[in-house]
Design a binder for this molecule. Structure first.
Ligand SMILES: Cc1cc2nc3c(=O)[nH]c(=O)nc-3n(C[C@H](O)[C@H](O)[C@H](O)COP(=O)(O)OP(=O)(O)OC[C@H]3O[C@@H](n4cnc5c(N)ncnc54)[C@H](O)[C@@H]3O)c2cc1C
Length: 406
């Protein structure tokens, strides 16, 4: 027998699950909502190990969910932070073309940004770029003045507080171990008992495919974890970076390339790169999970991906293992930087969804299956876009489950 009954159970106390819980409470104040998180606190994985950037939306294909929800989410996130006293700073970003071959790609990025409705974008001369970032190198510069930085773990804690204030329950140290369907309802089995519910929302991030499998769902994608390693700029050289300095990304990949990011509470990060992680929630290079690596190696999509992208993958591994190569990549953006200016810092692991044919899923992905909604591939910029993502999920639940306001 289930221990308690709810209307909705959200699985995952990362920024997406929490924003979803918050938006459910706003739209359906009488709904009995439970959010379960396996760790002892919220934001322990992707949402607490990221770059802290409120992205503008310049990178994403016009018309995609990423583009629409990022642009809307950036404004909503900045407003949310101001309203709740969370640190936020609009520091702007310069995207640097490091070779002449990158100039057409930078121009295409400008057009993408304009198509996505981002204001203030401007190509800069060397002198103009140097006024904003006196130490940056390169041969072409695109200014994105509205890009901001914030503290996403603080945002997550505030979302959790607001869910509780709305009457919902956030239960940490509660790991979902199984999902059963009974008479149109679902029973979510956890390490703290079983909960009956009408609807389930799976926002389990790096484990979102496994949670789907628990519910008997055949997924079209598998999560392949990519670790991003950060370096810290030593404080004496912090003056080299005023705001955010990014390369022109290769838009075939959902990664932005190694960049420099000023942190909202001080300090400058350099990174992250993108190397295959040997453990889904492993933050050190030595972290290894037999289950995780065996799952990745047994997946045909992984081998198809490796065949397609082996060259860039090998470059990332080389830079990860060989600091001078990483420093050379950084010097393309910031010529004055040397190996003694950076020290290893933390890392984050991205929940990248890979299709069977080896392609990296580009957009956010959702699937409503009976009374369970699965959320996959909510990778960057999902922290920025979390509030509208949560609202979209509530909308999908309304349409998919026939949920009505009471
Ligand atoms: C290195 C890096 C840099 C990034 N930089 C940015 C950035 O600057 N700006 C931006 O907008 N986005 C950025 N992102 C992306 C952003 O951080 C993620 O898109 C976002 O945090 C995803 O949130 P989530 O809630 O889906 O996942 P998560 O934060 O990973 O949360 C999922 C939660 O589900 C829980 N869970 C899993 N399985 C179970 C289970 N069985 N039972 C109970 N709980 C479970 C996990 O413990 C976890 O807390 C970055 C990501 C990474 C990795």
């Amino acid at each position: 027998m289930p221990d308690q009954r709810f209307d909705v159970v959200v699985i995952g106390g990362g920024i997406v699950g929490l924003a979803t819980g918050l938006q459910f409470g706003r739209a359906f104040p009488k709904l009995r909502l439970l959010l379960v998180e396996k760790e002892s606190d919220v934001a322990q994985h992707q949402s607490g190990h990221n770059s802290g950037v409120i992205h503008s939306g310049i990178y994403y294909k016009p018309g995609s969910l990423k583009a629409r929800l990022c642009v809307e989410g950036a404004a909503a996130m900045a407003e949310f932070c101001r309203e709740h006293g969370i640190a936020v700073q609009v520091c702007g970003k310069i995207i640097v073309a490091t070779t002449n071959e990158e100039i057409p790609r930078m121009q295409a990025l400008l057009e993408r940004g304009q198509a996505n409705g981002i204001s203030g974008l401007k190509l800069l001369s060397k002198e103009q770029a140097r006024e904003i970032e006196p130490h940056c190198g390169g041969v072409g510069w695109l200014h994105v003045p509205g890009t901001a930085i914030t503290d996403y773990p603080a945002v997550c804690k505030k979302y959790a507080e607001l869910i509780a204030a709305q009457g919902g329950t956030v239960s940490t140290s509660t790991e979902v171990t199984g999902i059963r369907r009974t008479n149109g309802d679902a029973v979510v089995e956890t390490t703290r008992g079983a909960f009956a519910t009408k609807y389930v929302i799976n926002c389990a991030g790096l484990h979102s495919d496994r949670v789907s499998h628990m519910a008997g769902e055949k997924t079209e994608v598998t999560i392949v974890p990519f670790r991003g390693e950060y370096y810290d700029l030593v404080p004496e050289r912090g003056y080299l970076v005023h705001g955010l300095i990014y390369p022109v990304p290769d838009l075939r990949f959902p990664f932005l390339g190694v960049h420099f990011t000023r942190r909202v509470h001080g300090g400058v990060d350099a990174g992250p790169n993108a190397v295959l992680a040997l453990k889904r929630e492993g933050y050190r290079r030595s972290d290894f999970s037999f289950r995780d690596i065996a799952g990745t190696l047994a997946y045909s999509g992984f081998w198809n991906m490796a065949r397609r992208y082996w060259r860039s993958g090998a470059g990332e591994i080389y830079r990860s293992l060989h600091k001078p190569a990483m420093v050379r990549a950084m010097q393309a953006l910031l010529p004055e930087i040397t190996g003694t200016d950076i020290v290893s810092d933390g890392s984050g692991v991205r929940a990248t969804a890979v299709s069977r044919d080896g392609s990296l899923v580009d957009d956010f992905q959702f699937k409503c299956s009976q009374n369970i909604l699965h959320v996959w591939n909510v990778v960057s910029p999902a922290a920025t876009a979390s509030l509208p993502i949560g609202r979209e999920i509530v909308g999908m639940a309304e349409r998919g489950f026939g949920l009505q306001s009471n």
